[in-house]
Design a protein around this ligand. Sequence first.
Ligand code: PLP
Length: 452
Amino acid sequence: MSTREDVRRWDVEHVWHPFSQMAEYAETEPLVVVRAEGRTLIDDGGRRLFDATSALWCNLFGHRVPEIDAAVADQLGRVAHSTLLGATHPPAAELARRLVEVAPPGLTHVFFSDDGATAVEAALKIAFQHRLLTRGPAAASRATYLSFENAYHGDTLGAAAVGGVALFHETLRPLLMPAIKVASPYCYRCPIGRTPDDCPLHRAEQVEEALARAEGNVCAVVLEPGVQAAAGMLVHPEGFLTRVAESCRRHGALLVLDEVATGFGRTGTLFACQREGVTPDLLCLAKGLTGGYLPLAATLATDAVYRVFLGRYEEYRHFFHGHTYTGNPLGCAAALATLRLLDAETLAGVDRKAALLREALAPLAAHPHVGEVRQIGLMCGVELVRDRASRAPFAPGERVGYRLCLSLRDRGVYIRPLGDVIVLMPALNSTDDELRHLSGALRAALGERFGA
Ligand SMILES: Cc1ncc(COP(=O)(O)O)c(C=O)c1O
């Protein structure tokens, strides 16, 4: 049995943490989570922290949810893993059926994988092969993708190629396949200096123009609908998604929507694209799919896309792609239990809680170092700035967001910031008191840090 000190030592000596400067990590007190109750994490010293990140945006109903625990335990008593390569199992078939029932109409086929990035990767390859199968090798050799600045779709090379967060993706640029990038509407820092009422980006004109310039060579447009989460919760204007979808249809590009972050009720509807009644050709899901229990992802496709891949064996039209743990039965069982919990009442609760959180966070907007508070449903970003008038950011070395979040731990809240954007994504069943505590703690931490 390892001691508390063993774990801390072995962690620093051997674990290479994702998205972490390990020199800095080794110098700070690690958060060692040993248990959880509901939305509360409990560390190795018995400290209790409200998890405002939902275990990095995937936990929907907190931890040790009796219904999900029971579903996973029941499946464990049958079979923990069995392949989907040429075989199947009840949880995968039932989950595929259930996803098709709740997804936007027209998405009838489900390709399982393991993470958000793998769901996107599958969509990118499906879109390319669809182009090859429908238009032939010459057209496929010219095929490209269109995606957005500030977008984040995961860290595999394909997903990174359609990403647009400079800090994450520029280092790899020589390795990434070329993709057309267009500006996204980030009103607080508008890249073309317009106001929201008079902004061509709001009207998705850049998408229409880029597709026209590409003369039919874009096989897919890839978009996070409603909000670019990892960019710091950049909320898109209403109607933007609809206009992008219209441009895709006009120019013969498939629409790939990445709902890895926004899916499963975070924005108040089961999927964000349902807010505008848009059905994509391919829909990428992960994170909340299993309620935050197990790695499982899905890429949903329309019948029209799926049928293109059908043919005689020797035509080799199949989708040559897959992962060992694809459609893992334990993950599928967790997902089925999660979907049973995501009923209309839960979704209506998200709207009410989002309103409560909005009201509780409202006083922050006046703080001299808060540039903007952005929110859609229970996804929020509080952007900190050095100077409100000029919107000048803090120097990265000041580590303002990071330090603020460290101090929040002393107030019983765990948050992982994105640079100087404090990102809140509490679980859908957070109580009113937990949400008030979260916003109160944030206000107090800001007051302590800046004295205002
Ligand atoms: C919109 C979006 N797509 C894809 C991903 C990648 O998901 P994963 O980390 O599970 O690969 C993320 C992760 O934050 C995301 O927010």
